[in-house]
Ligand binder design. Sequence first.
Ligand code: GLC
Ligand code: CA
Length: 560
Amino acid sequence: MEKKWWQKSVVYQIYPRSFQDSNGDGIGDLKGITKRLPYVKELGADVIWLSPVYQSPNDDNGYDISDYQAIMTEFGTMEDFDEMLDCAHSLGLKIVMDLVVNHTSDEHAWFRSARSGKDSPYRDFYIWRDPKNGGEPNNWGSCFGGSAWEYDEASGQYFLHLFSKKQPDLNWDNPAVRDAVFDMMDWWLRKGIDGFRMDVISLISKPAGLPDGDAGSGPYAPFSVSANGPHIHDYLQEMNRRVLSRYDIMTVGETPGLTIEEAGRFSNLDGRELSMCFQFEHTSLDEDPVRGRYGFGSLVLTELKENLSKWQYGLEGRAWNSLYWDNHDQPRIVSRWGNDSAEWREKSAKMLATCLHMMKGTPYVYQGEELGMTNYPWENLGQINDIESLGNVRSLMERGLLTEEEAVEVMRRQSRDNARTPMQWDASENAGFTEGTPWLPVNPAFREINAAEQTGREDSVFNYYRKLIALRKQYDIIAYGRYELLESEDPDLFIYTRELGGEKLLVVCNFTEKERVWQIPEEFADGEILITNDERTSAADAVIRPYESFVIYMITAPKV
Ligand code: GLC
Ligand code: CA
């Protein structure tokens, strides 16, 4: 296998709106990011994925783009962008941009023209259909609740929007759309950016005839019908030939509906399409059987082990993995699958980090995860900005599946806004994020949980992440070793090994508050403890303490 730089990288995701404000308007911006680049450098990540910074009316916080080649006014100017990019490069940090091309904003010039009438040259940039039996052309639901179709009075046709009605889907079957998107991508790459994270890219090729989805599959019907459509790989291979392959860059596809089979195409090691993909299966494991994501499900550890192991085994030697717990669409992992009580927050955050960062693939750290930031204690729906959780919770309430009180509880567990509250830099007012009024409230935990307190403290979550990242740079086995799950039936412990040549790693993570006894295998008895979130000094100690995690390194055969 040919080695690539991004296989040893760790990516740090920045959600610009919530990272650092520089002018007191309460909204994070590019100058703020530039100021904080040394922080990312200190952590040791080497790639930054920047959530969208393009011109946008912000119906979905920048994921609805009205001009791909302009910067959102609130975030600054193109000069600010260039300065940020230069500054990142001079620190040895790469910048990967979000590419949102399944849809545009309805305020994009293409859509304004398309909407002006059937003979617009841009009409066919989007997906229009006549009504069927006087109603929607098919039964697809929007991922944000309600129908995926919006009626256009003037022309008597509907247009498709898999997300909000201000996010009309582009028609990728039209070669002119592909030309326009590829030109735009090329423009950014010539500027010197280092790659793209491709938003819901598995949805771009719609099935011929747009057939009805399975009636039982709820609001997400479009994922089951339109993920991995008939021409998806043709379009990505064309993109790769015409654009990506001409640069030394990293690409990651956000791919709802990904299977091992499909990952073997999207992110094959032959490099014909993308570098890697995000799969979503593990983030659905705590779904509620009735209400889906916006309910009260809980995680069963054996299912998580089975699922993550399936991806580790399935992609071995075939495709490259990406590893993540958090991003701007997920609640905070320490609140979700760790324990955010004062007693266990730091220790369980470190355990979760160990579990993920010792696997094979490129790890992603979402801003604040490296501090063990927690979910927000939402008190009412009026505080929520997130269009996805609001849309879905409202439709569950209409169907009598959630009371208002339960809906608020669901927000505390699942809303995307848990990830989007401002970054907690220090213990000063508004956590050092802004001198104005923050666009989303700062989590009241900021006086205890903030970067200033953690960067200087040896045993902080921040310094633990720093160490994990440094280990990945130092040991090839962490990037390239073969994975094997141990004790698949154990309900509390997640244990696995990695192996490369004559080296082996043992990774042990206790996901519970229980003390457990587990005898470390003989072959690791003389191993070196690479990292521990407890005070472990020996492999002989069989007591695995609550939320304990550690990694043992062993040379099993001399290097040849
Ligand atoms: C992706 C983004 C999410 C956005 C959606 C529509 O899932 O990560 O934030 O709302 O696509 O663009
Ligand atoms: Ca600002």
